[in-house]
Design a protein around this ligand. Structure first.
Ligand code: ADP
Length: 561
């Protein structure tokens, strides 16, 4: 049994059709995705780094300006002047015009006594000699404190500068509005979750944190402290609450405070997840299209192959049938030839018998009788049948003869009825009426009569097959028309009311081996041979039809010269 190979072929073609475009498609996507994500990542990180550094610069400038404000006061007024509360009040009011970041202003002598103070607390007279900030400012001339509670028990930080007058040092100190400073540091907007805050080297918050965290709170997360001033450290840390953050940390001048700018990783890299979703979408849609196209094309190719194989098988069957027909033709010509010789002998023997009988009758040796009459009838019948057989064998021999065509002038008015006569018996048996519409003035045509006869018989037989297909043995109608078409053309129409021909088949009927008839019945050679014959006669042959409405074959032949 022949194995069905199409499922395997289908599998092979399908796999290749999917893999061949899919592999480069995926490779291109992976490479594109890699470059896109790297660009997004580096772009995000460098944007955040730039924001952190700009912000650091702004905070440093702010603090530097406040220091300069105090130095300006120290240089413009004497210790004596500033020790006067009224004078200090005036100076403070002027200072506020410059920057409203100041909360209070105080003056300290060398012993750390708060000699004058302008601000919301009662701090005049308090002694700061042993306080760290006082010692630091006395030593280095300038000091910014961490956030601390101090005497007032409220988180705040101070800026202090030391002045020297007649070899005596004194200190001028101002408290910075922690709320305002906090807001100033906080005001960084990056995405939805971006924020900025300051911590001291011990990890205590120096400004409030937008996502939670009060002044002086100890931070829970592990902080990456950059090694040196001016460095910006980049890190991705998991905060204890479970969220992943992208951190930028950079020291403020003198490694005093650490500026932290951080953003939730998912927020910072949101473009990254959009790129991922987009890539997945492209893979799904692109992959879907590739698979759908592969399935569709494979289906078509395999169906085509199957059809071609079926046609090939049919063709070889028809070839076998056609060669068998040719053999039968050859054999029947041989038989006809063989039978023809005995027929000739029988004919001459029969003539001899007739001659002897008439001689006997003339000499009176054979008297007239009923028996003699019957014998003569039988002999006549034998003569008739012998000449019928001779005609049949002659016809077979004529058909089988493959000589060159011998063109003759043909009068269609006479020729067509003769050919119709050959199929009339078959038509009447099948209940088909044959109508002839032959113009009285059909010009003579010039062609081989036996070839033209072959064409007409083929058309009649096809028409009768189509009629039988549609009506069975009643209701069929075959019409043959002939007349002059133009001055030099004769038109012959063979029309039937049979099954008709579909537009698709109509394109193929003149192709060799095209047949819709079952194997053994049709060879598909008839019309292609007819077409060839008419073409060789310098004419044309065409057909018009629609399925279910019958068919008309149109032949145009040149008028004889
Ligand atoms: P065959 O008769 O052996 O099939 P032909 O070449 O004579 O080969 O005809 C080819 C095909 O054309 C037929 O199988 C049939 O389908 C179609 N055909 C020819 N003549 C007619 C007709 N008069 N009506 C309908 N179909 C026709």
């Amino acid at each position: 049994m022949e194995q069905n190979i199409y499922p395997t072929i289908r599998k092979i073609i399908l796999t290749r059709m999917i893999l061949v475009p899919f592999i480069p498609f995926i490779l291109v996507l992976i490479i594109g995705y890699h470059f896109l994500t790297t660009t997004i990542e580096t772009g995000t990180v460098s944007a955040m780094k730039r924001i952190a550094e700009d912000h650091r610069y702004m905070i440093e400038s702010f603090l530097e300006e406040r220091k300069k404000d105090l130095e300006f006061i120290g240089n413009s007024f004497t210790f004596q002047q500033l020790s006067q509360p009224a004078e200090l009040h005036k100076v403070f009011k002027n200072l506020l015009k410059k920057s409203n970041a100041f909360v209070d202003l105080g003056v300290f002598n060398e012993e750390g006594v708060h000699v004058a103070y302008h601000g919301p607390y009662k701090l005049t007279g308090k002694v700061y000699k042993d306080e760290d900030w006082f010692k630091a400012v006395m030593q280095s001339g300038y000091y910014i404190s961490d956030i601390f509670l101090g005497y007032r028990q409220v988180p705040h930080f101070v800026i202090a500068v030391a002045q020297e007058e007649k070899e005596k040092k004194w200190v001028i100190r101002a408290t910075i509005d922690t709320f305002m400073f906090s807001n100033f540091v906080k005001k960084v907007c990056i995405g939805k979750t971006g924020e900025a805050y300051l911590v001291n080297p011990d990890g205590l918050l120096q400004t409030e944190r937008r996502s939670g965290g009060n002044l002086m709170d100890k931070l829970e997360e592990k902080i990456n402290y950059p090694k040196s001033e001016g460095d910006t450290s980049i890190s991705v840390n998991v905060y204890s609450k479970g969220d992943k953050y992208l951190y930028m940390t950079t020291w403020l001048k003198d490694k005093k405070w650490l500026l932290i700018v951080r953003q939730e990783k998912s927020d910072a890299f949101s473009a990254l997840s959009s790129a991922t979703y987009l890539t997945i979408l492209i893979i799904i849609i692109g992959g879907g299209i590739i698979i759908a196209v592969a399935f569709n094309l494979t289906g078509r190719v395999v169906r085509r192959m199957e059809k071609m194989d079926v046609e090939k098988d049919k063709l070889s069957q028809q070839l076998i049938g056609a060669s068998r027909l040719a053999e039968i033709g050859e054999m029947s010509t041989g038989f006809a030839h063989e039978i023809n010789n005995p027929l000739q002998i029988m004919k001459s023997e029969q003539a001899l018998i007739e001659m002897i009988l008439s001689e006997l009758k003339e000499s009176g040796k054979l008297a007239e009788s009923d028996s003699l009459k019957e014998m003569e009838d039988s002999i006549n019948q034998i003569t008739l049948q012998i000449s019928r057989c001779a005609k049949i064998t002659q016809a077979i021999l004529k058909f089988g003869r493959q000589g060159d065509p011998v063109p003759k002038d043909i009068n269609l008015k006479k020729f067509i009825p003769e050919v119709i006569g050959m199929v009339a018996k078959k038509a009447s048996v099948n209940g088909i009426s044959i109508k002839q519409i032959l113009s009285d003035t059909i010009p003579v045509i010039h062609c081989d009569p036996s070839q033209f006869q072959q064409v007409l018989i083929n058309l009649f037989n096809n028409a009768m097959d189509a009629i039988l297909e549609r009506y069975g043995t009643s209701g069929g109608e075959l019409t043959v028309e002939a007349g002059q078409k133009e001055s030099n053309t004769v038109e012959i129409l063979v029309r039937d009311n049979g099954d008709g021909i579909s537009p698709e088949n109509l394109k193929k009927i003149f192709s060799p081996f095209f047949t819709t008839k079952p194997v053994g019945k049709g060879t598909g050679l008839g019309l292609s041979v007819c077409y060839g014959i008419i073409d060789s006669m310098g004419g044309t042959m065409d057909a018009v039809s629609e399925k279910g409405t019958g068919a008309t074959f149109i032949i145009h032949l040149p008028v004889a010269a």
